[in-house]
Design a protein around this ligand. Structure first.
Ligand code: FES
Length: 114
């Protein structure tokens, strides 16, 4: 599924720093969610689907686990991904795997699909 250009994913000031949140742009499609991440001035967005086995990355309470303030850790089996790059950094994902990046832009304090 694609995400319509211009849709607002979150307010910039609602993003933890460093951190990541899960956004569901279409309430009727809860499995089409997006990770929005922040580390300082670097804002990134990725499809919320782990390349290891395809699960969403958050825990059952909706929180996204971070490691050392710079990696996202998949709650399913522990693969880790760069918070900014989305590249696999360890665990059961394969070397060269990465989260699928979604182009975004920050406009008027909102993080939007570009
Ligand atoms: S689905 Fe993410 S580590 Fe297995």
């Amino acid at each position: 599924m694609s995400f319509a250009r211009g849709i607002v994913l979150t307010r910039l000031d609602a993003l933890p720093d460093p951190g990541a949140i899960v956004v569901v742009p279409h309430p009727d499609e809860p499995f089409a969610s997006i990770l929005v991440t922040r580390k300082g001035q670097a804002i990134s967005a990725f499809r919320n689907k782990c390349p290891h086995a395809g699960y969403p990355l958050q825990r059952s309470n909706g929180q996204v686990m971070l490691q050392e303030g710079r990696y996202i850790v998949c709650a399913a089996h522990g693969a880790s991904f760069g918070l900014v790059s989305g590249e696999c950094a360890g665990g059961p994902c394969n070397n060269g795997d990465a989260l699928e990046r979604i182009a975004i832009e920050v406009r008027d304090g909102n993080v939007c699909v570009a």
